[in-house]
Design a binder for this molecule. Sequence first.
Ligand SMILES: Nc1nc2c(ncn2[C@@H]2O[C@H](COP(=O)(O)OP(=O)(O)OP(=O)(O)O)[C@@H](O)[C@H]2O)c(=O)[nH]1
Ligand SMILES: [Mg+2]
Length: 393
Amino acid sequence: MLGWFKKKFTKEEETPSFSPEEQARESAAEKETTVAHSLPEEERVPDQAPVATEMQPEPGESTGPLSEQEDEEIARESTPSSSSPASSMFQRLSKRLSKTKESLVFRMDTLFLGKKEIDAELFDELEEILITADLGISTTMEILDDARKQVKRNDLSDPLLLKGVLKEKLRSFITESDKPAELVMPESGPFVIMVVGVNGVGKTTTIGKITNKFKKSGQSVLLVAADTFRAAAVAQLKIWGERNEAEVVAQHEGADPSAVVFDGIDQAIAENYDVVIVDTAGRLHTQVNLMEELKKINRVMGKRLEGAPHEVLLVLDATTGQNGVSQAKLFNETVPITGLALTKLDGTAKGGIVATVCRELKIPIRFIGIGEQIDDLRDFDADEFINALFGEE
Ligand SMILES: Nc1nc2c(ncn2[C@@H]2O[C@H](COP(=O)(O)OP(=O)(O)OP(=O)(O)O)[C@@H](O)[C@H]2O)c(=O)[nH]1
Ligand SMILES: [Mg+2]
């Protein structure tokens, strides 16, 4: 579990509420088209991620948020007078993971219930289910090898017992990578988080949600708009700043992001901020200039404040499945990634990617995004995730 949001003060702060105008302004800012700017063409990040073709969701799969009706259902189910806040949060998570539950757990249930014995055919079908839920070939093979061994060792014959075996294997992948999640907070000066990732994965939205968590724990947050490619990007961050009553440091469009970051950290030190969160422009690992720019931003932060950034948070869009794993590996070669945020888990049946990411990357998942609203970000907890997926509280 994260220690980031330990209450600084005992006073509970309210989640800010937003007016419809604020919501409308944010979507207008997101939609605003890129205006001409001074950066050379090759350094510009396209508005639409060119990887989009690799990242297309499965046919029939929605990547959008849940419908209003589904949200109402969650609200109804999660607010019985007897249930605790923790329990209703759990139910909300469970509901938001419903697409992955269907593709992974319910399909497993159907398979196991329909079989009388554990045989090769059952393993074949299981393989298909695991791959479809985006566990990836090598993770799937390891799970199945382990399951076969356990069946042999414990002489299991009832297919239903396999479910428990698979669940625990998935849990072990996730908890193992959760171990290094301990984060060393700076003894003095602001805690600096740099947020990176490809275009449109949810960086700015995640920053808005994290800011809310810090503010609720009584910590002061300074947001730094180092995505200087589009005026709309700065405008979007400013809206999240207003919502959270957090100041945003920004310069003109096309400004050098490293300079913006340097000034931001300067201000944070001078004004005693607790946390600085830096929003960077979406970029692809293949865009050499932009990846170099990321290195420079990283370097400049360290020069202004020793040890900064204390966290380099890579945001991955869960709907892109396996592609996220390669994105992480390539970003990690540029700047050492210390934590991950996996967004849009509410819109995908590919939630199995969580286990693959943990197994292959060994970088702790800090957060999961389960919707577009300010409180749709959960501190990642391996047990909670597995239990929500398998339907046990
Ligand atoms: N359903 C859902 N949508 C999300 C989630 N997180 C972000 N989004 C949506 O994803 C879209 C892109 O989010 P942004 O925060 O603008 O992404 P970004 O990475 O900052 O994009 P660029 O700055 O253009 O690279 C927005 O419509 C968000 O509302 C999530 O957890 N679930
Ligand atoms: Mg952004």
